[in-house]
Design a binder for this molecule. Structure first.
Ligand SMILES: Nc1ncnc2c1ncn2[C@@H]1O[C@H](COP(=O)(O)OP(=O)(O)OP(=O)(O)O)[C@@H](O)[C@H]1O
Length: 255
């Protein structure tokens, strides 16, 4: 697939103020179709807030967001999701007693508009059995389909969340710190996984682990104090003195 020529997400002049504090400050962002685009920056730089704006979880104070030329500024999150933007969360949000398979079946039924989880029949859920198996296999959970979510290892929970996001058939996948809290082995697995599920879609990820960014991202936007500091390939931004200074500032502030 040709990638990088068409802009899928275009944000212009995005601002988010919280009670007088400007968390996102006149951000312009272009995410090209088929790319993995990383948002990085020191703690408090505004990455999560920018994600919340893109997915409609918070409305911007100013500015606009276009999804493939369609204005989605201030649309509610469920409308944005229906337009093909799925988001996975930093904090695990699973039902402890439901199995991995049941989670995916419910996500598929929900996406198909098949009503509240309380009265979905087994027959209805069985309709999604094949796709469920595919999605579980796609994230490496085929062997854990019958396991309740609270028995899954941390990395498996994150993989299941990814399967739930993929159930929405997204064209754009927003991943909020997909490797947060993972050991090296799970990080490697997750990088491989994202490398696989990116096929045919656009991925925007917030990520602190620069090794992960280096391996996955076609383009990197560095935020600092709510503003875009630098944007470019990983190699370009890594060596940019402004980026080095921003991260040095953070480590000084921490200690
Ligand atoms: N709901 C809110 N009310 C007030 N301030 C907020 C709110 N959400 C975020 N902020 C502030 O906005 C700034 C940016 O926060 P944000 O979480 O977007 O940064 P981040 O780059 O994602 O940080 P981290 O890497 O630590 O997750 C921070 O100073 C934060 O305290």
């Amino acid at each position: 697939m040709e990638t990088g020529d068409t802009t899928v997400i275009r944000a212009r002049g995005l601002v988010k103020d919280f009670h007088g504090f400007r968390a996102v400050d006149r951000v312009d962002l272009d995410v090209a179709e088929g790319t993995v685009h990383a948002l990085v920056g020191p703690n408090g730089a505004g990455k999560t807030t920018l994600f919340n704006l893109l997915s409609g979880f918070v409305p911007p104070s100013a500015g606009c967001i276009l999804l493939s030329e369609r204005d989605i500024t201030r649309l509610p999150p469920e409308r944005i999701a229906r337009l093909g933007v799925a988001r996975s969360f930093q904090i695990t949000n699973l039902f402890p007693m439901l199995t991995a398979r049941e989670h995916v079946e419910l996500a598929l039924a929900g996406h198909a508009g098949q009503g509240s989880i309380f009265w979905r029949s087994d027959r209805l859920l069985a309709r999604h059995a094949e796709r469920t198996a595919e999605l579980l296999a796609a994230v490496g959970l085929e062997g854990s389909a019958a396991d309740p979510a609270d028995t899954l290892a941390y990395g498996q929970k994150r993989a299941l969340e990814l399967a739930l996001a993929l159930a929405l058939e997204p064209t754009v996948l927003l991943l909020d710190e997909p490797t947060a809290g993972m050991g090296a082995e799970d990080v490697d697995r997750t990088v491989d996984l994202i490398g696989r599920v990116r096929a045919g879609r656009t991925v925007v990820l917030v990520e602190h682990n620069m090794n992960v960014v280096a391996r996955l991202a076609d383009r990197v936007t560095v935020l600092q104090q709510g503003q875009v500091l630098v944007e470019g390939s990983y190699a370009t931004v890594r060596d940019d003195p402004r980026v080095v200074a921003a991260y040095l500032g953070e480590s000084h502030a921490d200690h």
